[in-house]
Design a protein around this ligand. Structure first.
Ligand SMILES: Nc1ncnc2c1ncn2[C@@H]1O[C@H](COP(=O)(O)OP(=O)(O)OP(=O)(O)O)[C@@H](O)[C@H]1O
Length: 250
């Protein structure tokens, strides 16, 4: 089963911000969704998560709200933590879609929570209030919550944004590991090097439309990066850095 957007149009505030976008994620692959600010990446990701309705086109599979929560783990961009619950309790919320009517945790739930915290290095602060963490630690806890869901698909919106290079790399390794374990992972990224290093496939969005979808070396071409971002890049063995601005693509 693949998760897919099929010729999707989405409007926000009466304005069409995603146009005829088609995108799919298969089990076992990590797909990076890149593009300039305002391109429509978060909007498309939210629609794939079932958090936003589409005007036209389809998000597939078309399932019930409960089934959707089991199918897709969501790691949002501004996932602030407002309540001083413990880290363990917060991670356990990832199991909500699996609990019975009385919200009782079964041994399989407890096992999934421990496994998710171990994978993301959260066990050392499992009993601390989740509000008392650094931005990087918080990002790992929220990733643990998403992992605890054990959903076949993980949708993550800029999960590495607040992270130092070590933890950004670790975050991507964890997501890649999940993909290797058979999940489908779609991750919005601004760091083109992380996309090049970790993604099986890169999808480039600009002005609400999908501009390119393919291998990193094809999508991260001088021509496409110039058209989408208005930047010039220098590149080496597996890396690239912006070296100048072209005319703004806006
Ligand atoms: N709630 C909203 N109401 C109206 N327009 C919105 C709303 N949220 C976002 N937009 C607009 O929709 C467009 C797409 O926004 P979106 O957040 O999907 O872009 P993005 O590619 O994720 O950008 P960024 O890289 O800056 O996070 C932008 O033009 C934005 O201004």
């Amino acid at each position: 089963m693949t998760l897919r957007a099929d010729h999707v149009d989405i409007s926000l505030g009466g304005r069409k911000v995603v146009r005829q976008a088609s995108l799919h994620v298969a089990p076992g692959e990590l797909v990076a969704l890149i593009g300039p600010n305002g391109a429509g990446k978060s909007t498309l990701l939210k629609a794939l998560a079932g958090l936003l309705p589409v005007d036209e086109g389809h998000i597939l599979p078309d399932v019930s709200v409960k089934e959707r929560a089991r199918l897709r783990a969501w790691l949002g961009q501004d996932a602030a933590i407002h309540w001083p619950v413990t880290v363990e309790r917060l991670v356990s919320l990832g199991r909500l879609p699996h609990l019975d009517a009385f919200h009782r945790a079964a041994p399989t739930d407890r096992e999934a929570i421990q496994k998710a915290m171990a994978a993301t290095d959260c066990l050392a602060f499992a009993r601390r209030p989740a509000t008392h963490l650094s931005a990087g630690e918080r990002a790992r806890v929220l990733l643990a919550r998403a992992f605890a869901t054990q959903a076949p698909f993980i949708l993550a919106d800029e999960p590495a944004a607040a992270l130092d290079p070590y933890h950004a790399f670790q975050m991507m390794e964890l997501l890649r590991h999940e993909a290797q374990a058979g999940r489908g992972v779609l991750v919005v990224l601004h760091d083109l090097n992380l996309a090049a290093r970790f993604a099986h496939r890169v999808v480039l969005m600009a002005e609400g439309a999908i501009l390119a979808d393919g291998a990193a070396q094809t999508v991260l071409s001088d021509d496409l990066l110039g058209r989408a971002y208005g930047i010039r890049v220098a590149r080496g063995d597996g890396w690239l850095v912006p070296t100048g601005r072209l005319q703004s693509p806006d």
